[in-house]
Ligand binder design. Structure first.
Ligand code: GDP
Ligand code: IMO
Ligand code: MG
Length: 429
Protein backbone atom coordinates (compact mmCIF):
# COMPACT_ATOMS: atom_id res chain seq x y z
CA UNK A 1 0.00 0.00 0.00
CA UNK A 2 1.24 3.46 -0.86
CA UNK A 3 -0.59 6.80 -0.73
CA UNK A 4 1.57 9.39 -2.46
CA UNK A 5 0.77 13.07 -2.81
CA UNK A 6 2.26 14.99 -5.73
CA UNK A 7 2.50 18.70 -4.95
CA UNK A 8 3.85 21.64 -6.94
CA UNK A 9 6.60 23.22 -4.84
CA UNK A 10 6.72 26.57 -6.68
CA UNK A 11 4.12 28.52 -8.74
CA UNK A 12 2.89 25.66 -10.94
CA UNK A 13 4.03 23.88 -14.11
CA UNK A 14 6.88 22.13 -12.32
CA UNK A 15 6.27 18.84 -14.16
CA UNK A 16 3.54 17.26 -12.03
CA UNK A 17 2.13 15.59 -15.14
CA UNK A 18 5.43 13.89 -15.88
CA UNK A 19 5.84 12.79 -12.23
CA UNK A 20 2.30 11.39 -12.27
CA UNK A 21 3.00 9.53 -15.47
CA UNK A 22 6.13 7.90 -14.04
CA UNK A 23 4.38 6.70 -10.88
CA UNK A 24 0.92 6.18 -12.37
CA UNK A 25 1.89 2.84 -13.89
CA UNK A 26 2.51 1.46 -10.40
CA UNK A 27 -0.68 2.55 -8.63
CA UNK A 28 -4.35 1.54 -8.65
CA UNK A 29 -5.90 5.01 -8.41
CA UNK A 30 -4.84 8.48 -9.53
CA UNK A 31 -7.01 11.06 -7.79
CA UNK A 32 -7.00 14.73 -8.70
CA UNK A 33 -7.78 16.46 -5.40
CA UNK A 34 -8.11 20.13 -6.38
CA UNK A 35 -8.48 22.61 -9.21
CA UNK A 36 -10.28 22.27 -12.52
CA UNK A 37 -9.51 23.10 -16.12
CA UNK A 38 -7.15 25.85 -15.00
CA UNK A 39 -4.40 23.21 -14.84
CA UNK A 40 -2.28 21.99 -17.74
CA UNK A 41 -0.28 18.82 -17.12
CA UNK A 42 2.02 17.58 -19.87
CA UNK A 43 2.93 13.95 -20.44
CA UNK A 44 5.32 12.86 -23.17
CA UNK A 45 5.19 9.15 -24.03
CA UNK A 46 7.28 7.77 -26.88
CA UNK A 47 7.69 11.28 -28.24
CA UNK A 48 3.94 11.86 -28.25
CA UNK A 49 2.77 14.82 -26.20
CA UNK A 50 -0.49 14.95 -24.24
CA UNK A 51 -1.66 18.04 -22.39
CA UNK A 52 -4.28 17.33 -19.75
CA UNK A 53 -6.28 20.16 -18.29
CA UNK A 54 -9.25 19.08 -16.21
CA UNK A 55 -8.55 15.35 -16.35
CA UNK A 56 -5.84 13.73 -14.22
CA UNK A 57 -2.70 12.88 -16.20
CA UNK A 58 -3.15 9.47 -14.56
CA UNK A 59 -5.80 8.80 -17.20
CA UNK A 60 -2.92 7.80 -19.47
CA UNK A 61 -1.65 5.21 -16.98
CA UNK A 62 -3.12 2.00 -18.30
CA UNK A 63 -4.08 0.21 -15.11
CA UNK A 64 -4.98 3.03 -12.74
CA UNK A 65 -8.49 4.31 -12.15
CA UNK A 66 -8.41 8.08 -12.72
CA UNK A 67 -10.70 10.00 -10.36
CA UNK A 68 -11.79 13.63 -10.16
CA UNK A 69 -11.95 14.05 -6.39
CA UNK A 70 -14.46 15.88 -4.24
CA UNK A 71 -12.12 18.88 -4.07
CA UNK A 72 -12.15 19.54 -7.81
CA UNK A 73 -14.38 21.89 -9.79
CA UNK A 74 -15.76 20.50 -13.01
CA UNK A 75 -16.77 22.24 -16.20
CA UNK A 76 -18.88 19.56 -17.94
CA UNK A 77 -18.45 21.01 -21.39
CA UNK A 78 -14.65 21.01 -20.95
CA UNK A 79 -14.78 17.52 -19.42
CA UNK A 80 -16.48 15.89 -22.40
CA UNK A 81 -14.47 17.87 -24.92
CA UNK A 82 -11.27 16.65 -23.29
CA UNK A 83 -12.48 13.05 -23.10
CA UNK A 84 -13.48 13.11 -26.78
CA UNK A 85 -10.14 14.63 -27.76
CA UNK A 86 -8.15 12.00 -25.87
CA UNK A 87 -10.27 9.11 -27.13
CA UNK A 88 -9.79 10.34 -30.69
CA UNK A 89 -6.05 9.84 -30.05
CA UNK A 90 -6.61 6.30 -28.81
CA UNK A 91 -6.64 6.90 -25.04
CA UNK A 92 -9.17 5.01 -22.93
CA UNK A 93 -11.27 7.26 -20.69
CA UNK A 94 -13.79 4.56 -19.74
CA UNK A 95 -12.18 4.07 -16.31
CA UNK A 96 -12.67 7.71 -15.32
CA UNK A 97 -14.74 8.22 -12.18
CA UNK A 98 -16.00 11.42 -10.56
CA UNK A 99 -16.85 12.15 -6.95
CA UNK A 100 -20.53 12.96 -6.43
CA UNK A 101 -19.37 15.76 -4.14
CA UNK A 102 -17.19 17.62 -6.65
CA UNK A 103 -18.48 21.06 -7.56
CA UNK A 104 -19.66 22.22 -10.97
CA UNK A 105 -18.44 25.24 -12.89
CA UNK A 106 -21.51 27.01 -14.31
CA UNK A 107 -21.39 29.30 -17.34
CA UNK A 108 -22.06 32.24 -14.99
CA UNK A 109 -18.89 31.42 -13.03
CA UNK A 110 -16.85 31.89 -16.18
CA UNK A 111 -18.61 35.17 -16.94
CA UNK A 112 -17.98 36.41 -13.40
CA UNK A 113 -14.29 35.40 -13.51
CA UNK A 114 -13.77 37.52 -16.61
CA UNK A 115 -15.76 40.58 -15.57
CA UNK A 116 -14.18 40.57 -12.09
CA UNK A 117 -10.71 40.50 -13.61
CA UNK A 118 -11.58 43.36 -15.94
CA UNK A 119 -13.01 45.30 -13.01
CA UNK A 120 -9.76 44.86 -11.04
CA UNK A 121 -7.78 46.56 -13.84
CA UNK A 122 -4.13 46.88 -12.80
CA UNK A 123 -4.82 44.79 -9.68
CA UNK A 124 -6.01 41.79 -11.75
CA UNK A 125 -4.81 38.31 -10.66
CA UNK A 126 -4.23 37.16 -14.22
CA UNK A 127 -6.51 34.16 -13.76
CA UNK A 128 -7.00 31.54 -16.43
CA UNK A 129 -10.54 32.85 -16.94
CA UNK A 130 -12.04 29.40 -16.41
CA UNK A 131 -14.42 30.41 -13.60
CA UNK A 132 -12.36 28.67 -10.92
CA UNK A 133 -12.42 31.45 -8.30
CA UNK A 134 -16.17 32.14 -8.54
CA UNK A 135 -16.94 28.38 -8.35
CA UNK A 136 -14.88 27.89 -5.18
CA UNK A 137 -16.38 31.12 -3.77
CA UNK A 138 -19.86 29.66 -4.21
CA UNK A 139 -18.74 26.37 -2.64
CA UNK A 140 -17.55 28.13 0.49
CA UNK A 141 -20.57 30.45 0.53
CA UNK A 142 -22.73 27.29 0.38
CA UNK A 143 -24.51 28.28 -2.81
CA UNK A 144 -22.54 26.02 -5.15
CA UNK A 145 -23.74 23.21 -7.40
CA UNK A 146 -22.42 19.69 -6.93
CA UNK A 147 -22.12 16.87 -9.45
CA UNK A 148 -24.89 14.92 -7.68
CA UNK A 149 -27.31 17.85 -8.18
CA UNK A 150 -27.45 17.11 -11.91
CA UNK A 151 -29.42 13.96 -11.06
CA UNK A 152 -32.15 15.77 -9.11
CA UNK A 153 -33.81 18.19 -11.47
CA UNK A 154 -35.90 19.96 -8.87
CA UNK A 155 -32.96 20.58 -6.52
CA UNK A 156 -30.83 21.68 -9.47
CA UNK A 157 -33.47 24.20 -10.57
CA UNK A 158 -33.91 25.48 -7.02
CA UNK A 159 -30.18 26.00 -6.51
CA UNK A 160 -29.60 27.68 -9.86
CA UNK A 161 -32.61 29.96 -9.44
CA UNK A 162 -31.53 31.16 -6.02
CA UNK A 163 -27.88 31.56 -7.09
CA UNK A 164 -28.95 33.65 -10.09
CA UNK A 165 -31.29 35.82 -8.01
CA UNK A 166 -28.15 37.30 -6.47
CA UNK A 167 -25.72 36.96 -9.36
CA UNK A 168 -28.01 38.66 -11.86
CA UNK A 169 -28.18 41.71 -9.60
CA UNK A 170 -24.38 41.81 -9.61
CA UNK A 171 -24.05 41.16 -13.34
CA UNK A 172 -26.64 43.75 -14.35
CA UNK A 173 -26.15 46.48 -11.76
CA UNK A 174 -22.44 46.31 -11.10
CA UNK A 175 -20.96 44.96 -14.31
CA UNK A 176 -23.53 46.18 -16.81
CA UNK A 177 -24.05 42.71 -18.31
CA UNK A 178 -27.28 41.03 -19.36
CA UNK A 179 -29.13 38.85 -16.82
CA UNK A 180 -28.81 35.07 -17.23
CA UNK A 181 -31.95 32.92 -17.55
CA UNK A 182 -32.06 30.22 -14.87
CA UNK A 183 -33.83 27.76 -17.16
CA UNK A 184 -31.05 28.07 -19.74
CA UNK A 185 -28.51 26.96 -17.12
CA UNK A 186 -30.75 24.15 -15.85
CA UNK A 187 -31.07 22.74 -19.37
CA UNK A 188 -27.31 23.13 -19.94
CA UNK A 189 -26.57 20.86 -16.97
CA UNK A 190 -29.39 18.39 -17.68
CA UNK A 191 -28.09 17.89 -21.21
CA UNK A 192 -25.00 16.18 -19.72
CA UNK A 193 -26.83 14.04 -17.11
CA UNK A 194 -27.04 10.77 -19.05
CA UNK A 195 -23.42 10.79 -20.13
CA UNK A 196 -22.26 11.77 -16.65
CA UNK A 197 -24.29 9.26 -14.65
CA UNK A 198 -22.13 6.11 -15.07
CA UNK A 199 -18.98 8.00 -14.08
CA UNK A 200 -20.21 9.24 -10.74
CA UNK A 201 -19.30 7.27 -7.63
CA UNK A 202 -18.69 7.72 -3.92
CA UNK A 203 -15.01 8.25 -4.69
CA UNK A 204 -13.94 8.85 -1.09
CA UNK A 205 -15.30 5.39 -0.14
CA UNK A 206 -13.74 3.73 -3.19
CA UNK A 207 -10.18 4.93 -2.57
CA UNK A 208 -10.28 4.18 1.16
CA UNK A 209 -11.61 0.69 0.47
CA UNK A 210 -8.77 0.30 -2.01
CA UNK A 211 -6.21 1.33 0.61
CA UNK A 212 -7.77 -1.12 3.09
CA UNK A 213 -7.23 -3.86 0.50
CA UNK A 214 -3.57 -2.92 0.11
CA UNK A 215 -3.95 -0.95 -3.12
CA UNK A 216 -2.00 2.20 -3.92
CA UNK A 217 -3.19 5.73 -4.55
CA UNK A 218 -1.50 8.70 -6.15
CA UNK A 219 -2.95 12.15 -5.51
CA UNK A 220 -2.09 14.36 -8.47
CA UNK A 221 -2.25 17.91 -7.17
CA UNK A 222 -3.01 20.73 -9.57
CA UNK A 223 -1.45 24.21 -9.21
CA UNK A 224 1.17 24.63 -6.46
CA UNK A 225 2.16 25.65 -2.96
CA UNK A 226 2.74 29.32 -3.80
CA UNK A 227 -0.69 29.44 -5.48
CA UNK A 228 -2.42 27.96 -2.39
CA UNK A 229 -5.20 30.20 -1.08
CA UNK A 230 -3.82 29.84 2.47
CA UNK A 231 -0.09 29.36 1.98
CA UNK A 232 0.57 31.15 -1.31
CA UNK A 233 1.19 34.74 -2.34
CA UNK A 234 -2.37 35.84 -1.53
CA UNK A 235 -4.28 37.40 -3.26
CA UNK A 236 -2.23 36.31 -6.31
CA UNK A 237 -3.24 32.69 -5.87
CA UNK A 238 -5.81 30.19 -7.08
CA UNK A 239 -8.90 29.52 -4.96
CA UNK A 240 -8.12 25.99 -3.74
CA UNK A 241 -5.57 24.33 -1.44
CA UNK A 242 -3.01 22.64 -3.72
CA UNK A 243 -0.81 21.74 -0.71
CA UNK A 244 -0.48 18.22 0.74
CA UNK A 245 -3.10 18.83 3.45
CA UNK A 246 -5.50 20.04 0.76
CA UNK A 247 -4.96 16.80 -1.14
CA UNK A 248 -6.26 14.86 1.88
CA UNK A 249 -9.37 17.05 2.06
CA UNK A 250 -9.87 16.98 -1.71
CA UNK A 251 -9.74 13.21 -1.99
CA UNK A 252 -11.20 12.12 1.36
CA UNK A 253 -8.00 10.33 2.40
CA UNK A 254 -6.97 10.87 6.01
CA UNK A 255 -3.52 12.37 6.67
CA UNK A 256 -2.42 9.28 8.61
CA UNK A 257 -2.65 7.22 5.42
CA UNK A 258 -0.19 9.32 3.40
CA UNK A 259 3.08 7.46 2.83
CA UNK A 260 5.00 10.05 0.77
CA UNK A 261 4.66 13.75 0.10
CA UNK A 262 6.53 14.35 -3.16
CA UNK A 263 7.32 17.96 -4.01
CA UNK A 264 7.91 18.78 -7.67
CA UNK A 265 10.25 21.70 -8.40
CA UNK A 266 11.99 22.94 -11.51
CA UNK A 267 15.76 23.44 -11.30
CA UNK A 268 14.81 27.12 -11.76
CA UNK A 269 11.47 28.88 -11.23
CA UNK A 270 8.53 30.00 -13.39
CA UNK A 271 5.24 31.76 -12.79
CA UNK A 272 2.20 32.52 -14.97
CA UNK A 273 -0.12 35.40 -14.13
CA UNK A 274 0.43 38.33 -11.78
CA UNK A 275 1.99 38.50 -8.31
CA UNK A 276 5.36 38.74 -6.58
CA UNK A 277 8.27 36.60 -7.77
CA UNK A 278 11.58 37.58 -6.10
CA UNK A 279 13.98 35.73 -8.43
CA UNK A 280 12.25 36.83 -11.64
CA UNK A 281 14.71 37.75 -14.39
CA UNK A 282 14.22 40.66 -16.75
CA UNK A 283 17.55 40.23 -18.55
CA UNK A 284 18.76 37.89 -21.30
CA UNK A 285 18.78 34.96 -18.86
CA UNK A 286 15.04 35.29 -18.28
CA UNK A 287 14.53 35.06 -22.00
CA UNK A 288 17.03 32.21 -22.23
CA UNK A 289 15.12 30.11 -19.67
CA UNK A 290 11.80 30.98 -21.29
CA UNK A 291 12.96 29.92 -24.76
CA UNK A 292 15.22 26.97 -23.85
CA UNK A 293 12.74 25.64 -21.28
CA UNK A 294 9.81 26.09 -23.70
CA UNK A 295 8.08 28.05 -20.95
CA UNK A 296 4.65 28.72 -22.41
CA UNK A 297 1.49 28.10 -20.38
CA UNK A 298 -0.36 24.94 -21.44
CA UNK A 299 -3.74 26.38 -20.60
CA UNK A 300 -3.71 29.95 -21.81
CA UNK A 301 -0.65 30.07 -24.08
CA UNK A 302 0.86 32.90 -22.00
CA UNK A 303 4.66 33.13 -21.76
CA UNK A 304 5.81 32.03 -18.31
CA UNK A 305 7.85 34.48 -16.25
CA UNK A 306 11.24 32.90 -15.46
CA UNK A 307 13.81 33.16 -12.66
CA UNK A 308 16.47 31.27 -10.72
CA UNK A 309 15.87 28.54 -8.12
CA UNK A 310 14.55 30.04 -4.92
CA UNK A 311 15.52 27.98 -1.90
CA UNK A 312 13.54 30.18 0.49
CA UNK A 313 10.41 29.11 -1.41
CA UNK A 314 11.67 25.50 -1.48
CA UNK A 315 12.24 25.40 2.31
CA UNK A 316 8.83 26.96 2.85
CA UNK A 317 7.18 24.40 0.57
CA UNK A 318 9.03 21.56 2.31
CA UNK A 319 7.68 22.82 5.62
CA UNK A 320 4.02 23.40 4.75
CA UNK A 321 3.74 20.16 2.78
CA UNK A 322 5.90 17.94 4.97
CA UNK A 323 7.79 16.84 1.86
CA UNK A 324 9.47 13.46 2.19
CA UNK A 325 11.03 13.66 -1.30
CA UNK A 326 11.73 16.15 -4.06
CA UNK A 327 11.54 15.67 -7.82
CA UNK A 328 13.78 18.24 -9.54
CA UNK A 329 12.73 18.66 -13.17
CA UNK A 330 14.31 20.41 -16.16
CA UNK A 331 17.90 20.16 -14.97
CA UNK A 332 18.84 19.80 -18.66
CA UNK A 333 17.70 23.38 -19.32
CA UNK A 334 20.62 24.70 -17.21
CA UNK A 335 23.28 22.89 -19.26
CA UNK A 336 26.00 25.17 -20.63
CA UNK A 337 24.87 28.45 -19.06
CA UNK A 338 28.21 29.21 -17.38
CA UNK A 339 27.12 30.08 -13.87
CA UNK A 340 23.93 29.22 -12.00
CA UNK A 341 22.73 31.61 -9.29
CA UNK A 342 20.71 30.07 -6.43
CA UNK A 343 18.67 32.30 -4.16
CA UNK A 344 19.62 31.44 -0.57
CA UNK A 345 17.88 34.28 1.31
CA UNK A 346 16.14 37.64 0.77
CA UNK A 347 17.13 41.16 1.50
CA UNK A 348 14.02 43.04 2.57
CA UNK A 349 14.65 46.76 2.96
CA UNK A 350 18.19 46.11 4.19
CA UNK A 351 17.34 43.19 6.51
CA UNK A 352 18.36 39.61 5.65
CA UNK A 353 15.56 37.02 5.76
CA UNK A 354 16.56 33.37 5.60
CA UNK A 355 12.92 32.31 5.74
CA UNK A 356 9.71 33.65 4.25
CA UNK A 357 9.04 37.15 5.59
CA UNK A 358 6.05 37.61 7.87
CA UNK A 359 4.00 39.85 5.59
CA UNK A 360 3.07 39.94 1.96
CA UNK A 361 4.27 43.56 1.72
CA UNK A 362 7.75 42.42 2.80
CA UNK A 363 7.63 39.61 0.25
CA UNK A 364 6.85 42.16 -2.47
CA UNK A 365 10.07 43.98 -1.48
CA UNK A 366 12.23 40.84 -1.24
CA UNK A 367 15.47 41.06 -3.23
CA UNK A 368 17.19 37.72 -3.75
CA UNK A 369 20.60 37.08 -2.17
CA UNK A 370 22.42 34.73 -4.53
CA UNK A 371 25.17 32.19 -4.27
CA UNK A 372 26.60 31.03 -7.57
CA UNK A 373 27.69 27.62 -8.80
CA UNK A 374 29.44 26.68 -12.04
CA UNK A 375 27.28 24.97 -14.65
CA UNK A 376 28.27 21.85 -16.58
CA UNK A 377 28.85 21.77 -20.33
CA UNK A 378 28.02 18.14 -21.09
CA UNK A 379 24.66 17.04 -22.51
CA UNK A 380 22.88 15.29 -19.62
CA UNK A 381 19.72 14.14 -21.39
CA UNK A 382 21.12 10.61 -21.72
CA UNK A 383 22.03 10.24 -18.03
CA UNK A 384 19.98 7.63 -16.20
CA UNK A 385 21.81 7.42 -12.87
CA UNK A 386 22.99 10.11 -10.49
CA UNK A 387 26.60 8.96 -10.97
CA UNK A 388 26.39 9.49 -14.73
CA UNK A 389 25.70 13.20 -14.22
CA UNK A 390 28.72 15.53 -14.56
CA UNK A 391 30.28 16.42 -11.21
CA UNK A 392 29.03 20.01 -11.44
CA UNK A 393 25.43 18.86 -11.95
CA UNK A 394 25.78 16.56 -8.95
CA UNK A 395 27.17 19.46 -6.91
CA UNK A 396 24.27 21.69 -7.93
CA UNK A 397 21.75 19.04 -6.88
CA UNK A 398 23.53 18.43 -3.58
CA UNK A 399 23.48 22.14 -2.83
CA UNK A 400 19.79 22.65 -3.62
CA UNK A 401 18.99 19.51 -1.63
CA UNK A 402 20.80 20.95 1.36
CA UNK A 403 19.17 24.37 0.96
CA UNK A 404 15.68 22.96 0.38
CA UNK A 405 15.71 20.72 3.46
CA UNK A 406 14.52 17.61 1.66
CA UNK A 407 16.18 14.72 -0.14
CA UNK A 408 16.07 14.70 -3.93
CA UNK A 409 14.66 11.39 -5.09
CA UNK A 410 14.02 12.08 -8.79
CA UNK A 411 15.73 14.25 -11.39
CA UNK A 412 14.28 15.13 -14.78
CA UNK A 413 16.76 15.45 -17.65
CA UNK A 414 14.20 15.80 -20.46
CA UNK A 415 10.43 15.83 -20.99
CA UNK A 416 10.09 12.12 -21.88
CA UNK A 417 8.90 9.45 -19.46
CA UNK A 418 12.30 7.73 -19.59
CA UNK A 419 14.34 10.93 -19.24
CA UNK A 420 14.41 10.57 -15.49
CA UNK A 421 16.93 9.62 -12.84
CA UNK A 422 15.44 7.68 -9.94
CA UNK A 423 17.49 7.95 -6.75
CA UNK A 424 14.85 6.71 -4.28
CA UNK A 425 11.63 5.05 -5.44
CA UNK A 426 8.74 6.43 -3.36
CA UNK A 427 6.73 3.26 -4.07
CA UNK A 428 9.22 1.44 -1.87
CA UNK A 429 9.27 4.05 0.93
P1 GDP B 1 2.64 20.59 -14.61
O1 GDP B 1 1.52 21.58 -14.73
O2 GDP B 1 3.31 20.65 -13.28
O3 GDP B 1 2.23 19.19 -14.97
O4 GDP B 1 3.75 21.03 -15.67
P2 GDP B 1 3.49 21.49 -17.21
O5 GDP B 1 3.17 20.29 -18.01
O6 GDP B 1 2.54 22.62 -17.25
O7 GDP B 1 4.91 22.10 -17.59
C1 GDP B 1 6.07 21.36 -17.48
C2 GDP B 1 6.76 21.31 -18.84
O8 GDP B 1 8.07 20.84 -18.68
C3 GDP B 1 6.12 20.37 -19.82
O9 GDP B 1 6.27 20.89 -21.11
C4 GDP B 1 6.92 19.08 -19.67
O10 GDP B 1 6.90 18.26 -20.82
C5 GDP B 1 8.28 19.64 -19.42
N1 GDP B 1 9.19 18.82 -18.60
C6 GDP B 1 8.90 18.10 -17.48
N2 GDP B 1 10.03 17.58 -16.97
C7 GDP B 1 11.05 17.97 -17.77
C8 GDP B 1 12.47 17.77 -17.74
O11 GDP B 1 13.03 17.15 -16.85
N3 GDP B 1 13.20 18.38 -18.74
C9 GDP B 1 12.61 19.12 -19.74
N4 GDP B 1 13.39 19.67 -20.67
N5 GDP B 1 11.28 19.31 -19.78
C10 GDP B 1 10.51 18.76 -18.81
P1 IMO C 1 -0.77 23.56 -13.12
O1 IMO C 1 -1.58 22.48 -12.43
C1 IMO C 1 0.44 27.74 -13.35
C2 IMO C 1 -2.44 30.70 -11.85
C3 IMO C 1 -3.04 31.65 -12.87
C4 IMO C 1 -3.29 32.87 -12.00
C5 IMO C 1 -3.71 32.25 -10.68
C6 IMO C 1 -5.22 32.19 -10.47
O2 IMO C 1 -0.61 23.35 -14.59
O3 IMO C 1 0.52 23.81 -12.41
P2 IMO C 1 -7.18 30.68 -11.50
O4 IMO C 1 -7.66 30.57 -12.91
O5 IMO C 1 -6.74 29.41 -10.88
O6 IMO C 1 -8.14 31.44 -10.62
O7 IMO C 1 -5.86 31.65 -11.60
O8 IMO C 1 -3.18 30.95 -10.65
N1 IMO C 1 -2.61 29.26 -12.17
C7 IMO C 1 -1.61 28.48 -12.61
N2 IMO C 1 -0.32 28.78 -12.94
N3 IMO C 1 0.01 26.46 -13.42
C8 IMO C 1 -1.26 26.14 -13.07
O9 IMO C 1 -1.70 24.87 -13.01
C9 IMO C 1 -2.15 27.18 -12.68
N4 IMO C 1 -3.45 27.22 -12.30
C10 IMO C 1 -3.70 28.49 -11.98
O10 IMO C 1 -2.12 31.92 -13.92
O11 IMO C 1 -2.07 33.55 -11.77
MG1 MG D 1 0.90 23.13 -15.95
Amino acid sequence: MAAIVIVGAQWGDEGKGKATDILGGQVDYVVKPNGGNNAGHTVVVNGEKYQLKLLPAGLLSENAMPILGNGTVINLEALFEEIDGLEARGADASRLRISANAHLVAPYHRTLDRVQERFLGKRAIGTTGRGIGPTYSDKVARVGLRVQDVFDESILRQKITSALDVKNQILVKLYNRRAIEAEEIVQYFLSYADRLRPMVIEAEYEVNKGLDEGKSVLMEGGQATMLDVDHGTYPFVTSSNPTAGGACVGSGIGPTRITSSLGIAKAYTTRVGAGPFPTELFDKWGEYLQVTGGEVGVNTGRKRRCGWYDSVVARYATRVNGFTDLFITKLDVLTGIGEIPICVAYDVDGVRHDEMPLTQSEFHHAEPIYETMPAWEEDITGCRTFEELPQRAQDYLHRIEELSGCRISYVGVGPGRDETIVINDVMQS
